[in-house]
Design a protein. Sequence first.
Length: 117
Amino acid sequence: MLRLAIDECVDNDIVRGVLRMSATVDFVRVQDAGLTGADDPTVLAWAAREKRVLVTHDLATMIRFAYERVSRDEPMPGLPAIRSGSPIRAAIDDLVLIIECSEDGELEGRVLHLPFA
């Protein structure tokens, strides 16, 4: 099962919904790791060191910094990016699918735009 990091901008309803559907999910909220207000490169570097796929709502800048890490051959364990205004249930379902069906390392260097449909 994937290890997740939850960016501070992620809707808590999504986090609670994922926990209801997948009670054993391994996740750490960025703010619980002492990174409240940290810039995107710092959060991505932390997620990479911790080998955690970073879930975000920040499509404006986080995706760019993630691709910059990839272009520099730096680790980037994966970035599921949830579009703003997406149906919460669709985001939850897609995150649970990713968590339960992905192998460790499978999302390395990849950005996924959620929901899929």
